[in-house]
Each structure stands twice: as structure tokens, then as C-alpha cells.
Design a protein around this ligand. Sequence first.
Ligand code: FE
Length: 197
Amino acid sequence: MSDHDHDHSHLSKMDARVRALESLLTEKGYIEPAALDRIIETYEHRIGPQNGARVVAKAWTDPHFAKWLEEDATAAIHSLGYTSRQGEHMVALFNTPATHHMVVCTLCSCYPWSVLGLPPTWYKSPPYRARAVSDPRGVLADFGITLPDGTSVEVHDSTAEIRYLVIPMRPDGTDDLDENALAALVSRNAMIGTALL
Ligand code: FE
């Protein structure tokens, strides 16, 4: 018996399952592989946290936009060309010295795709989903964040209908920066509420 009888597949179990599902759906005519590739390419390269960062930078520099974002985040975000495939309602959460906002989906992995792209692995992990609610300060500590005692933490649970975008506080000493330079400062995690700027 040769020693090459074992499985040489380099696919993980999950990859193999996805591959099998894709083949089946293609065979049955439910999906077109080229269209699927375009969607994946879109989410990998065109839709990502850079979109959310532009929303934040505009909110920092344009008070009218900030007000609109506060009142109707869905419309304000759409005005910048970021539209969701799922049509969910967007809510912008403005961090202040008094309140720090943090976003989770306790049920699964609901996430504001149109402005942040695909969710990071930790966002989908059971420990984050459970502890974000029961011990938000502990989770923030794991991310290296210690908030001042006077700052309260508000945790927001995303759903299929409502997705949240955290608007971090504008860092000090950035008065001279233009919108592009400001957007470059905004990290993905800061827009989930697990990082500060
Ligand atoms: Fe979910």
C-alpha cells in the first residue's frame, strides 16, 4: 500500500463544504460562478472599512452631515454612495467623553457591511458575542482599552434590521487635517467600538 493513500486535499473542512455547495448550486443553475466572484471581489476590495472611515471623517468636518447622520444615518450614508444589499436600517452612535459605544451581534454576526465590509473573525466568535454584553469593560481591556471611570459603556446588539456604526471622537491635534487625512486615521475597530483613536 502506498503511503499516498491519505487525503491530499489542501482544503479545510469548511472550504470543502463551501466548494461542494457552490458546485451543487451552479449545477442546478441557481448561481453563476462569475457573478459570485464579482460579489466576493466587491466585498474584498471595494467595500471595506475605508467606506466607514469616510463617513466618520465627513461627520467630523461637516456639522450638517453630522446632524443628518445622527437623525437618519441610512440616508446620510447612502448619500455618499454606500448602499447595502440587504436594505437594513443604519444607526450612527457618536462616542463622547461620557459614553463609549460598542457593537455586537449576540445572535449571529450582523454587521454593517456597506460601511465596514466583511466582519472580522473575532466579531463572529462566541466569546466576543457573549462577553460583550456581560463584561464589556473586560472585552475592551482585552483589546487594550481602559476607559476613564467617568465614561459609561453602551453595548448595542445588531440585528438583521438595524446595523450600527460607531463614530469615534476626533483625536486632538487634527485641526489641520483634511477629510482624506482624517479618514486615514479611522480604524475598523474604532467603528465597532473596540478601539480608540
Ligand atoms: Fe447577526
